[in-house]
Design a protein around this ligand. Structure first.
Ligand SMILES: C[S@@+](CC[C@H](N)C(=O)[O-])C[C@H]1O[C@@H](n2cnc3c(N)ncnc32)[C@H](O)[C@@H]1O
Length: 489
């Protein structure tokens, strides 16, 4: 079974066949009062009608009422979910409830809206759905339970469909994950600076280390081998599937997390982790991302202009190429790709797209080559493609947030080990590390140096570590890698 968790939802691919139960229970004071009252009035009218129909022996009418009640329950959940942002109080009162959901083996999926909790479950022990409900109530006694609930039996196919309706985007991600799992065995990425980046973190038994770029699990494998517990984050489902496969049976100390590493602190805090001994990041893309034409990262093979590391993300490269203002395009190419011909390329893209959208990596590469003729070994589209990829995936923003969040998570003596692949990334890491490792600041206009309020770390690498010749001989993609390390004081 494959599944995905978020705070308010766990979505698991249901096994075919078998009986499921849907338990819907309402939470008081967590929906807008007027809405709640309207729902309750309609509901009691329907129940009365149903009772009357049952007394009169009108089974068709009973069935029709039942259907309407079901639809009402579902709409309550769906609508209540939309209240999410309006009622922060409700969220704080249901924290224990989420934990109870995640802890119950019988729960296949759940959706927690601000108005109702709906749970899809299968029986795994002697306990009935109602007994499970009682256990959730006991586990989360401060949640605003209304005492009203509805339990219905359904086939796993129906349950699957309802989960799909309520958790649409998430279910798509899970579906993709299941698909990717099939291909996980084809995921080949040669880990860069493996020993250097890992040993710099001093991994050992009992240590907790975040691998913020899990990828195929190369660095994580070494961390696990050294005895550490590892939290592996990746936003690409195919990478997570590959790592899961590779690290299967390598101990229960690996936790795989779907998400952006920019949210590292939140992702770990939500899982009860508030301090760690190490943070590792091996930035950029994995070889399978680059080498799979359908992912649209490369100009070497024609594919759709996509470039999303997380295929559930909305914005693709084609959206930027075909819709962004000429000036915005030029800025992206210049700032992220340091492309000297940024303006000319942006102008040519805008001219070209006025004749029809630019749809593929090959078409875009041709447009770029029409401005920049090929000279030397570097393909003229290299810098523009890097820039677009960075924009699509907000790589600079993610890196800034990773550095801040990861540093905050580090406990004293904890280390951060970052591998970069181009000058812009390396500059960001270098500047951040310098900022936190400089004890005093000085300026010509100051009479004396002053203490640096951000000071709290020491540099472990004064100069970046680069791959040895032997590594480059085996993996030319490592040629621009630079590793920098700090330790929190
Ligand atoms: C170079 S690969 C990591 C390879 C890995 N260290 C190994 O040895 O197998 C980088 C990975 O980081 C992921 N990634 C990049 N940016 C990310 C972000 N902001 N949040 C989460 N994952 C990210 C990519 O999807 C990719 O799988």
């Amino acid at each position: 079974m494959t599944g995905e968790r978020t705070e308010n939802c766990r979505w698991i691919r249901l096994p075919e066949g078998g009986v499921c139960y849907r338990v819907v229970t309402w939470l008081v004071g967590a929906v807008e009062q007027e809405h709640w009252e309207r729902q309750q009035t309609t509901k009691s009218q329907l129940l009365q009608r149903m009772q009357q129909a049952a007394c009169d022996g009108k089974s068709g009418e009973v069935h029709a009422c039942e259907k309407q009640l079901n639809a009402l329950n579902l709409s309550t959940i769906a609508e209540a979910y939309d209240f999410r942002t309006r009622d922060a109080l409700a969220l704080t009162r249901v924290r224990g409830l989420r934990e109870a959901m995640h802890a119950d083996e019988a729960v296949l999926g759940f959706r927690l809206g601000e108005g109702a909790l709906s749970v899809w479950m299968q029986l795994v022990d002697e306990r009935s759905p109602r007994e499970h409900l009682a256990a959730w109530c006991a586990a989360a006694s401060d949640a605003p339970w209304s005492g009203q609930s509805l339990i219905s039996q359904q086939s796993s196919k129906e349950a699957q469909e309802e989960l799909r309706q309520l958790c649409g985007p998430l279910s798509a991600a899970v579906d993709e994950e299941a698909e990717e799992e099939k291909d996980a065995t084809n995921f080949h990425h040669v880990t860069v600076l493996a020993e250097e980046a890992v040993s710099a973190l001093l991994p050992d038994e009992g240590k907790v280390i975040v691998d913020a770029t899990l990828g195929g699990g190369g660095h994580s494998e070494l961390l696990l081998r050294a005895g550490a517990s590892v939290w592996g984050i990746d936003r690409d489902p195919s990478a997570r599937a590959a790592a899961r496969l590779r690290l299967k049976g390598k101990g229960d100390r690996l936790h795989i997390v779907a998400g952006n590493f920019g949210d590292i602190k939140q992702l770990l805090n939500e899982r009860g982790v508030h301090a760690v001994d190490g943070v590792l990041a091996d930035l950029g893309v994995s070889s399978p991302q680059l080498d799979t034409p359908e992912r649209g990262f490369s100009f070497r093979t024609d594919g759709p202009l996509d470039m999303r590391m997380n295929p559930s993300q909305e914005r693709k490269a084609a959206d930027i190429v075909n819709n962004a203002d000429e000036q915005v395009l030029a800025d992206i190419l210049w700032q992220y790709g340091e492309e000297k011909a940024a303006r000319a390329i942006a102008r040519r893209i805008v001219q070209q797209r006025s004749r029809g959208p630019i749809r593929t990596t090959g078409e875009l590469a041709d447009v770029i080559c029409s401005v920049l003729p090929r000279k030397g070994r570097l393909h003229p589209a290299t810098r523009s493609f890097q820039a677009l990829r960075m924009a699509v995936n907000d790589e600079p923003g993610e890196l800034e947030r990773l550095l801040e969040g990861g540093y905050e998570l580090l406990r004293r003596g904890g280390r951060m080990s970052i591998i970069t692949f181009h000058s812009l990334e390396d500059r960001t890491v270098k500047q951040f590390f310098a900022r936190v490792s400089t004890p005093e600041l000085d300026r010509p206009e100051w009479p004396a140096p002053r203490p640096n309020p951000a000071f709290g770390a020491k540099l472990i690498t004064r100069k970046p570590i680069q791959p040895a010749e032997s590594e480059l001989a085996n993996n030319p993609r490592a040629r621009s890698a630079k590793l920098r390390v700090i330790e929190k004081l």
